[in-house]
Design a protein around this ligand. Structure first.
Ligand SMILES: [Zn+2]
Length: 106
């Protein structure tokens, strides 16, 4: 039983990674279809359904409000606030801002 759960979560984790990379590639290519948003939504649903947490870089790769994949210069703008130790990602679609810390604050 426990082994099955491990297998299931390993498969879910792999599929989440694959969906997110597919979404990123499609957004980067700028095909203009709504598929990337769907891929992100599926990955998030899978993460909550199978209780598999995404990695930090995976969580930071998309907008939490509208599921748009962050591609700097294309779908989001990035402001780097060096002294504060974080950058602000602004989604171009819905305007939501997100602080992403890149160094620990003392
Ligand atoms: Zn957004």
């Amino acid at each position: 039983m426990a082994r099955d759960e491990k297998l299931v979560s390993a498969i879910a984790r792999e599929r989440i990674g694959r969906l997110l990379s597919m979404a990123y590639k499609r957004t980067e290519k700028d095909t203009g279809d709504p598929l990337p948003g769907r891929y992100v939504r599926l990955a998030r649903e899978m993460s909550s359904h199978y209780k598999v947490s995404m990695e930090k870089k995976e969580k930071e790769a998309f907008c939490k409000k509208c599921n748009t994949v962050f591609v700097p210069g294309k779908t989001c703008s990035v402001r780097v606030l060096g002294k504060a130790g974080y950058s602000v990602y602004r989604c171009n679609k819905c305007g939501t801002e997100r602080k992403l810390y890149y160094k620990s604050i003392k």
